[in-house]
Design a protein around this ligand. Structure first.
Ligand code: FA5
Length: 344
């Protein structure tokens, strides 16, 4: 082997070891400079070609060029190896594949929907049908047929959104009493949940869009005791046996006698004072109820002498406030995931 070949072979040995030991890109660059740089060992060998006899120079040049190609390929390969190695090391540092996976966010049924479903299930178990009705109703269904003529002051209590002179967003679900009795002869037993709208100022217990569930039972021999029993049973089912419920005499043009149903305020627990939920009374109103007025039965061509009935309309948000111990009705429409998750 020529002297040049010997020198190259010895140099290769050291080059291989240096490349194999290089822990990072900077060291690798230093190896490149030491061997292939302007004053590197291989460059010095190339310069030595000039001192060889002319006949040997072309072969020596070829040998050195071939060696440079091999060394450069080796450097490239080492660079690639280091880059991938770093990536794997970074990956190992940042990702612990044994760490428990983050569970995906799960949706849940909205608390108002849950209350609605549970009320419907309770009444269905007692033989009632669930029916739904329109949210836009003529004033006849909202008022006239419910014994509230145009000049009746009770209309003011249902601060309504009128769309035209005679068409409005329903302020209560009671129009469904009328639609039910128009379509069916007695006996009828329905519950009808849905959205209602009123021009009420929003506060801890009022929204301008809320939900009610109406109930209507008309048959022979129905009396107030049946109403009281069914509504007390519903509150027990929703709230448990310890929540106090009271029937307070009240007035609705479409029922006689009428009552409002209250329960102990879930915020002050009946203490009143400056409680902003109950306004200091210690009670919050859940809904209205009463025996269907004979004028309404007659308007529906029912024989008021032969059948009697009761009706009720409860606010679902109010029921949910009590059931889930919520301090403000607005939480049900803010759709705050943490709040909804807590009640899921
Ligand atoms: C009525 O709407 C009658 N239609 C109820 C009724 C039906 C009486 C059948 C007799 C027979 P009232 O206006 O009181 O009644 O409303 C009933 C319930 O709806 C209230 O007790 C309350 O729970 C809920 N409610 C009324 N307005 C709002 C509001 N702005 N925000 C949230 N809930 C409301």
């Amino acid at each position: 082997m020529s002297e040049l070949a010997n020198q190259l072979s010895e140099l290769r040995g050291r080059f291989d070891a240096a490349v194999a030991d290089a822990p990072d890109a900077d060291t690798l660059e230093a190896v490149r400079v030491a061997f292939l740089g302007r004053s590197g060992e291989v460059t010095l060998l190339r310069r030595g070609i000039g001192q060889l006899p002319a006949a040997q120079r072309p072969a020596a040049g070829k040998t050195i060029n071939a060696a440079v190609e091999v060394l450069e390929a080796q450097l490239l390969e080492a660079e690639r190896r280091l880059a991938t190695g770093n990536f794997d090391a970074e990956l190992a540092k940042r990702i612990d594949v044994t760490f428990p996976a983050i569970a995906p966010l799960r949706g849940s049924i909205h608390p108002i929907r849950r209350v609605m479903d549970d009320i419907c299930a309770y009444f269905e178990r007692h033989g009632f049908a669930v029916v739904l009705g329109p949210e836009i109703e003529p004033d006849y269904y909202n008022f006239d047929a419910l014994n509230i003529p145009p000049d009746h002051p009770a209309r003011d209590g249902f601060d309504s959104f009128f769309l035209t002179d005679h068409l409005l967003l329903r302020p209560h679900t009671s129009p469904m009493q009328i639609r039910t009795m128009q379509q069916h002869k007695p006996p009828v037993a329905v519950v009808t949940p849905g959205k209602c709208y009123r021009r009420d100022a929003v506060d801890a217990r009022h929204l301008y869009q809320f939900h009610q569930c109406e109930g209507l039972l008309v048959a022979q021999g129905i009396h107030f005791g049946h109403l009281k029993g069914m509504l007390t049973g519903m509150c027990r089912e929703l709230f448990g046996p310890d929540q106090q419920v009271r029937f307070r005499p009240s007035y609705f043009p479409f029922t006689e006698p009428s009552a409002e149903v209250d329960t102990t305020c879930p915020v002050c627990h009946g203490l009143g004072g400056t409680c902003r939920m109950c306004g200091g009374s210690g009670w919050i109103e859940l809904g209205g109820a009463g025996m269907v007025h004979p004028n309404v039965l007659s308007e529906m061509k029912y024989d008021a002498g032969a059948v009697s009935g009761w009706a009720f309309g409860f606010g679902l948000e109010r029921l949910a406030i009590v059931r889930y111990d919520v301090d403000d009705i607005r939480r049900f429409v803010e759709n705050e995931p943490d709040f909804l998750q807590q009640l899921a």
